[in-house]
Write a protein that binds this ligand. Structure first.
Ligand code: F6R
Length: 357
C-alpha cells in the first residue's frame, strides 16, 4: 500500500533507512557476530575468485560489492552483465564461486548463467529480495535482502539493501579470515541509515534542484571516480528510465577521451565527490566541463565541501558512501520524472522483472 504517497517509488526511497536497520537486525547473531550460514563463508573463502552476475541496477550494486569483497574480505572479484557472460564467457579461475544478485530472483539472463554454471558444478549463491524465487531455489545458497516488496519499476531500496548485504557478507568473511576491519560495521551502518534519513528529509531541496537542472534538458551526465563512478552509472540509469532524459554515467577520467565533445552550454553534469583519494582529480574534471559551458552539480561530503558545491551528503565511512550518495540521485530522478509528467512507477517499455532473455 502506498498510503499517503503519490508513488511507490517515493515511498520506497523513504523506506531505505528502515530497510538498512532491518538487515542489521536480521543478520545480527548472538554477541557481535553476523548471522550467515557458515557454509557460505567457508565456500567463499575457499574460492580463488568470486564472479558476480547481474543485470541493470543489480549489476551496479555488484560493482560496488566487488570493492567490498576485495577491500574487506581480500578475495579477487569480477562483475559481469548476465546477458553478456552467458554467450561470451571469460576464462574462469580454478575455484570460482558464483554470486547472483537479483531483486526479483526471476531475471532470465541471470538464470541462464546459473543453469550453465550449475552444469559445470561450481558453487552458487543468490542475493535476492524474493526468497523462493527461481534464482533463489536453484542456487546452493540464498541471502535475503529483507527490503519488503518493491513495486516501482525503478529499483531503489533493493539497491541499497544489496549494498548493505554485500558489505555485511564481506565483513563476515573478513572476520572469519581473521582480517581486522578498521571500523565497527554495525555502528557505521547505523550512521548510514541516519544519513539516508537526513537526505530524505530534504526533498524540497532536491525537487528544486531537479527543476533547475532537468526541466529543459535533452541529456545529462553523471561523473565520478572509483566507487563514485559506479553510483554515477546508477544515477544515470534512474534518471533515464523514469524521465526519459538521455543520461550517461562516466568515469571522470574518461571524459576527455571522447565524451567531453558532447558538453554544450547548460548541459547538466552531476559530479559525485565522496572518495578522498580522487577528490582533486574529479574536481579537476568538473572544471574541465565548466570551461565548456556545463551546468555542474557537485555533490560532496558534509565537512569536506568546497565553496560552490551544490549540496552535501552527511559524512559516513568512506567505503559505505554509495549507500548514501545514491539517495540524492534517486530523488532527483523522481522529481524530474514528475515534472515531465512521466508515469513514475510504470515507465514506458519496462517491466519490473524481465523473464525473457
Ligand atoms: C532499474 C531496474 C532494472 C533491474 C534489472 C535486474 O531500476 O530495476 O535495471 O535492476 O532488470 O532485475 P533484478 O534485480 O530483479 O534481477
Amino acid at each position: 500500500e502506498k498510503g499517503s504517497y503519490a508513488h511507490y517509488m517515493l515511498k520506497e526511497i523513504d523506506e531505505q533507512p528502515i530497510v538498512i536497520r532491518r538487515i542489521l537486525e536480521k543478520y545480527q547473531g548472538e554477541n557481535e557476530d553476523i548471522l550467515i550460514d557458515p557454509n557460505i563463508r567457508i565456500g567463499m573463502n575457499q574460492a580463488d575468485r568470486i564472479y558476480i552476475i547481474a543485470a541493470g541496477t543489480s549489476y551496479h550494486a555488484g560493482l560496488v560489492g566487488k570493492g567490498y569483497l576485495e577491500k574487506l574480505a581480500g578475495i579477487p572479484t569480477e562483475v559481469h552483465i548476465a546477458s553478456e557472460f552467458n554467450y561470451n564467457m571469460p576464462l574462469l579461475s580454478e575455484n570460482p564461486f558464483f554470486l547472483f544478485i537479483s531483486q526479483s530472483g526471476e531475471t532470465a539472463d541471470s538464470r541462464a548463467v546459473l543453469v550453465q554454471i550449475k552444469r559445470m558444478g561450481f558453487p552458487t549463491m543468490t542475493i535476492t529480495n524474493v526468497p523462493g524465487s527461481t534464482l533463489s531455489r536453484e542456487a546452493d545458497f540464498t541471502l535475503p535482502l529483507y527490503a519488503g516488496p518493491e513495486i516501482a519499476v525503478a529499483s531503489t531500496k533493493a539497491y541499497t539493501a544489496q549494498l548493505a548485504v554485500l558489505a555485511l557478507l564481506a565483513a563476515d568473511i573478513a572476520i572469519y579470515k581473521g582480517l581486522k576491519l578498521d571500523f565497527n560495521f554495525k555502528q557505521e551502518m547505523a550512521i548510514v541509515a541516519n544519513a539516508i534519513e537526513t537526505l530524505c528529509d530534504q526533498k524540497d531541496r532536491f525537487r528544486e534542484l531537479s527543476q533547475e537542472y532537468f526541466t529543459n534538458t535533452r541529456n545529462a551526465f553523471f561523473i565520478g571516480r572509483s566507487a563514485d563512478y559506479y553510483v554515477a552509472m546508477e544515477g544515470a540509469l534512474k534518471l533515464k528510465e523514469i524521465s526519459y532524459i538521455q543520461a550517461e554515467g562516466f568515469a571522470g577520467g574518461e571524459l576527455k577521451h571522447g565524451t567531453i565533445a558532447l558538453i554544450e552550454d547548460g548541459t547538466p553534469v552531476i559530479a559525485l565527490v565522496t572518495q578522498n583519494n580522487v577528490d582533486g582529480l574529479i574536481r579537476g574534471n568538473v572544471q574541465e566541463v565548466v570551461a565548456r559551458g556545463a551546468h555542474p552539480m557537485v555533490i560532496s561530503i558534509e565537512g569536506q565541501e568546497e565553496k560552490g558545491d551544490t549540496c552535501t551528503i552527511p559524512a559516513v565511512h568512506e567505503i559505505l558512501s554509495p549507500l548514501v550518495s545514491v539517495v540524492p540521485l534517486q530523488l532527483l530522478a523522481y522529481y524530474a520524472a514528475l515534472q515531465r509528467n512521466c508515469d513514475v512507477d510504470k515507465p514506458r517499455n519496462l517491466a519490473k522483472s524481465v523473464t525473457v532473455e
